[in-house]
Design a protein around this ligand. Structure first.
Ligand SMILES: [Cu+2]
Length: 141
């Protein structure tokens, strides 16, 4: 009787562990679109995480920008401004995304929207007390 119960518990645990592994794997696979780049004058290593993968068309959504210097130190209290557009179409972004510092080198970028298919550029201008640099990300919608 006791052995039966232990066996049942083991089976239940194995089942739950299996479910957990499936859930974690699914979460990782459905994760956010990310990319990393070095700023134009090589001051910063910058990455972004968009809320969705792939980045959606015609839907306002946020990104989280992560900024480190080339030694891996978090860049905090920077002023981040956003620009971008479609060079081939000679137009800018359809919205005016705004950055808010989250801490830990992270900056929330709200109001990003890509309003048509094609090649887009996103520019982030990063200004600290001593350094101003910019970084470009290219996206194909
Ligand atoms: Cu366009």
């Amino acid at each position: 009787m006791r052995r039966f119960k232990v066996g049942l518990v083991v089976k239940k645990c194995a089942f739950l562990l299996g479910c957990l592994i499936i859930a974690v794997t699914a979460y990782a696979e459905s994760g956010d679109q990310t990319a990393e780049a070095i700023s134009e004058e090589s001051h910063f290593r910058v990455s972004y995480k968009a809320q969705y993968d792939p980045v959606p068309l015609n839907q306002i959504h946020p990104w989280v920008l992560h900024v480190e210097d080339m030694e891996g130190n978090l860049v905090e209290k920077a002023v981040v401004t956003v620009d971008g557009g479609m060079p081939a179409h000679n137009h800018g972004l359809p919205t005016e995304p705004v950055a808010t510092e989250l801490g830990g080198g992270d900056y929330l970028i709200e109001g990003i929207k890509f309003s048509m298919t094609g090649s887009w550029e996103m520019w982030f201008y990063i200004q600290t007390e001593t350094i101003t640099d910019k970084v470009k990300f290219e996206l194909e919608m």
